[in-house]
Ligand binder design. Structure first.
Ligand code: UFG
Length: 334
């Protein structure tokens, strides 16, 4: 996008559905830095009011046509970023109804209202879980889409819906397939605060002698036997959304792309990196594999780099862990 076009967009409003959550709030921060005004629509069921610091908050459900119509009429956003979803793989297996209803049915209802109003681009939070067990790594975007849990299937369904809506109605969209989001705002204004927390890095930082971190599986076909993931700093994810927004506002189409670094780290490598940052051992114990963890999930990062002109800046493990630690040290949201 040319500089003159970026100036025209300065002050433009962007609707951020789920903007009070972890990745949504960091993206709001990045949007504001880039000159946009993020308008957050969030039920606050799992998001936090104090994470909404860079624009107005409308507390409501994206499936409620009246709420959405009012927000669109009042703020006239130029695009939508849609983060709101249930995000736990194990929970999706225990309660798939919750996941299909939240992630698919509510999104359909939201898109119905949006289409009735105007065709503004949608940037959608997708996931590496759409690939299922990788046949090859790094995973390129044309890898077969064979999700192995309801969570991944809900995200793939919305990807398909958006592709079909572009074809039929001309709705522009980008589905961003996140690998493992981690870290926090370096100034620790916002950070990761899931309840319950299931993600590796916050749990590693909380590990104590009485509650050691459980390493799930030591017999994977990886160099140290533990799972390998592609950890991407949440601020890098946020800046990728800003780049995706500029991109989709200057073009049309229905796109999907990975957001990862292209580098993998094992569970033991994460523990070692945390020990180096903390300057003490991280108590850990070895457990059997979880049912559905693929051995290796590493993105091919080439497409997002070339299409969005985006490169991760803070996604080395040391920076991710330092930022997560700073947030954990001062947040009351744990
Ligand atoms: N792990 C442990 N102990 C723990 C928690 C995690 O050993 O207490 C391991 C997991 O087995 C996995 C790695 O650390 O190998 C990372 O686990 P996370 O729970 O942090 O993340 P996942 O890779 O399981 O899940 C992430 C996202 C999901 C998304 C998925 C894509 O959180 O939303 O990637 O496959 F669906």
């Amino acid at each position: 996008m040319k500089q003159s076009e970026e100036k025209v967009l300065a002050g433009a409003k962007v609707l951020v559905v789920g903007g009070a959550g972890y990745i949504g709030a960091h993206t709001c921060q990045a949007l504001a830095k880039a000159g946009f005004v993020p308008v957050v629509l969030d039920t606050l069921e799992t998001g936090y009011r104090e994470f909404v610091q860079w624009g107005p908050l409308v507390q409501g459900d994206c499936a409620d046509p009246q709420v959405v119509a009012d927000v669109l009429a009042q703020y006239q956003p130029v695009a939508v970023l849609h983060f709101a979803a249930k995000i736990s793989v194990p929970e999706s297996e225990q309660n798939p109804q919750l996941y299909y209803e939240h992630n698919v049915v509510k999104t359909l209802a939201f898109l119905r209202t949006l289409l009735a109003y105007q065709l503004i681009p949608v940037i959608f939070s997708s996931t590496a879980a759409v690939y299922g067990n990788p046949i090859q790594t790094p995973i390129e975007e044309d890898h077969p889409l064979l999700p192995i849990n309801p969570y991944g299937r809900t995200k793939l369904m919305v990807e398909s819906i958006l592709a079909d809506y572009h074809k039929a109605y001309g709705l522009p969209s980008i589905c961003l397939r996140y690998f493992n989001a981690a870290g926090a705002d370096p100034e620790a204004q916002i950070g990761e605060a899931h309840d319950p927390e299931t993600h590796l890095i916050p749990l590693v930082l909380r590990a104590t002698d009485t509650h050691p971190i459980k390493v799930f599986g030591t017999d994977y076909p990886t160099p140290d036997g533990t799972c390998i993931r592609d950890y991407i700093h949440v601020c890098d994810l946020a800046s990728a959304h800003v780049a995706a927004l500029h991109f989709i506002l200057s073009t049309s189409g229905a796109y999907h792309m990975n957001l990862g670094t292209g580098e993998g780290a094992s569970v033991l490598a994460v523990i070692q990196a945390a020990e180096a940052v903390l300057g003490r051992p991280v108590p850990h114990e070895f457990h059997a594999r979880r049912d559905v963890d693929p051995a290796i999930l590493v993105a091919s990062a080439a497409l997002s780099r070339s299409v969005l002109g985006w490169t991760p800046q803070r996604s080395d493990l040391k920076t991710i862990i330092e930022d997560a630690l700073r947030w954990a040290g001062q947040s009351h949201l744990k």
